[in-house]
Design a protein around this ligand. Structure first.
Ligand SMILES: Nc1ncnc2c1ncn2[C@@H]1O[C@H](COP(=O)(O)OP(=O)(O)OP(=O)(O)O)[C@@H](O)[C@H]1O
Ligand SMILES: [Mg+2]
Length: 247
């Protein structure tokens, strides 16, 4: 794999942690408890593409799209500019309980819907946020797994975009994903978390898995700032050493 086959996440330090960025055309999982920054990370990944003139799709699977874009504006990110330029295609997709019974057939319909938005034009980046909503309500685990596997395969084969799937995990859980198998279906997993240190809550980020790359597996602290978005700081162990000195 050549270095040019790498796609920047829009977060320079994260690219380094990933061994040079994401592999083009592959699917990655961004996992973590609620409110930790999964949507912001995935939007920052799209923003990086949009600034380079790439076409990007964002699919909201649980929030109203207007709310997401307005939230992004609070960080100083105006995604409507890119809608106007014909580069950004945000949309909502909701599955109803009646659809859930048809898992398997529906995965094709879902990918068809994304292809329709592309209108035959090349799409570089896609975010599905959160993938857990897509599979919610399905009772049998293997059906959900096959459904997600099909979606990932079809998107990689038919669309070829670099894709981020976000996945929320229950607060306090040390699982990597909602259903416990999403991580096996993706080429890499980025885990966001929250730790309490001396009465303060710190946001953490690490690369749990990265196929075909030598990734940095240390846990880092990050902040969310306007304009810059996710800013990765020192490692958690450096922060712990610093706290001990302060004590
Ligand atoms: N304008 C802002 N400035 C600084 N921090 C912000 C701003 N907007 C949001 N945040 C931070 O981002 C967090 C929410 O991030 P985000 O919506 O990406 O989380 P999430 O992991 O997608 O959550 P969920 O699982 O509920 O979808 C908030 O808890 C807050 O700490
Ligand atoms: Mg979110």
């Amino acid at each position: 794999m050549e270095l040019s086959d790498r796609v920047s996440t829009g977060i320079p330090k994260l690219d380094k942690m990933l061994g040079g960025g994401l592999l083009r055309g592959r699917t990655y999982l961004i996992t973590g408890e609620t409110g930790v920054g999964k949507t912001i990370l995935s939007l920052q990944f799209l923003l990086e593409g949009l600034r380079n003139g790439e076409r990007c799709i964002y699919v909201s699977l649980d929030e109203r799209i207007d709310g997401v874009l307005r939230g992004a504006l609070s960080l100083g990110w105006n995604f409507w500019d890119y809608v106007d330029q014909g580069l950004f295609f945000p949309f909502e997709f909701r599955l109803f309980t009646s659809d859930l019974k048809r898992f398997g057939k529906e995965s094709k319909a879902f990918v068809d819907a994304i292809e329709k938005i592309a209108h035959g034009r090349k799409i570089s980046r896609i975010v599905l946020d959160p993938i857990s909503a897509l599979a919610m309500g399905a009772k049998e685990e293997f059906i959900v797994r096959e459904y997600l596997r099909e979606i990932i395969n079809m998107m990689e084969e038919r669309i070829g975009a670099t894709t981020m799937l976000t996945c929320d995990i229950p607060t306090g859980s040390n699982r990597l994903s909602r259903f416990g198998f999403e991580e096996f279906l993706s080429s890499g997993v980025i885990v966001l978390g929250i730790v309490r240190l001396r009465g303060k809550l710190l946001k953490t980020i690490y690369v749990r898995k990265m196929r075909w790359s030598k990734a940095d597996s240390a846990i880092y602290i990050f902040e969310i700032r306007p304009i810059e978005g996710i800013v990765i700081r020192e490692s958690l162990s450096e922060q712990l050493d610093k706290s001990l000195i302060e004590m």
